[in-house]
Design a protein around this ligand. Sequence first.
Ligand code: SF4
Length: 339
Amino acid sequence: MNLYGVSKKELEKYLKEKKYPIYYAKEIYQWIYQKKIDSIFSASNLPNSLRKDLEQDFPMTSLEIIKEQKGKDVSKYLFRLSDKEHIEAVLMRHDYGLSLCISSQVGCNMGCCFCESGRRKKVRNLETYEMVCQILEIEKRIGKRISHVVMMGIGEPFDNYENVVKFIEIVNEDSGMNIGARHLTISTCGIVPKIYEFMNFPYQVNLAVSLHASFDEKRKELMPIAKVYPLKELMTALKKYVEKTNRRLTFEYILLDGINDQEEDARNLAHLLKGINCYVNLIPYNETTHLQYKRSKPLTIAKFYDILKKSNICVTIRREFGGTISAACGQLRSEKEEL
Ligand code: SF4
């Protein structure tokens, strides 16, 4: 097991079993996540025997950044994993801090038609440490703290549920990265049983749902998951989620020219979300050379926005990052692997 994938509770259990004081767990967390040491032997105040035990039982292998693309207020990073697979993460600079969008799987099985990441089937889930290290390696490179994390990169986080919830525990730990639960967002394409499970997760993490269509038939065409969990089932689960957690939901809606961006789509969306504590994030599509979808016209986006606004739905149009860099999620990896 990798030290970056060990929660503080697990570390305490380990220390107890090895007859070390459990307060060392806090110190180990401070060394690796705040002082950012690369070897446990740099943790100078720990007994040598403990450092040797940790080195043997929990190696500190991390990920390697092999490419960085910089744009205005945004940087994309391509990582190589120990089995030579690739994933990517995107860093965005906002007024309120630095936000990192990370990957949760190598490839994705959800098959959303407009998605560059989904062109390659899932190879494997990311281990917890591989999610933690995306943040850590970028923090080390830029010398700054990342304040917000969104799980919206390659993969469906709820298809890697156990590792993702452990990741949240680790990065939320105050003696470690101390990223507040409200600064963490999980984005799902709508795996209903996991939404029910996530309602009982005791951290105040944000949930974002990729909707992308307000009519079932259109959604099924765009997102195969909708054939398994149609809108009625999804919305029932989400209403229960809001009722139980009292948290506001985010709905992500990518606008595709002539496909899901018509006035009737907007009106139906307003109807679907009426009375739900939520906000809608409209996303102008990032076109890629591999997929035929086109970005909606600015006037169409404005009309769509207005219809939602007039229906009293909280709505924003996502600020554009990217531009000259490979903006669509998964694009950097596709280029590297010549997919
Ligand atoms: S949009 Fe998300 S869930 Fe859908 S294929 Fe892409 S990575 Fe997977």
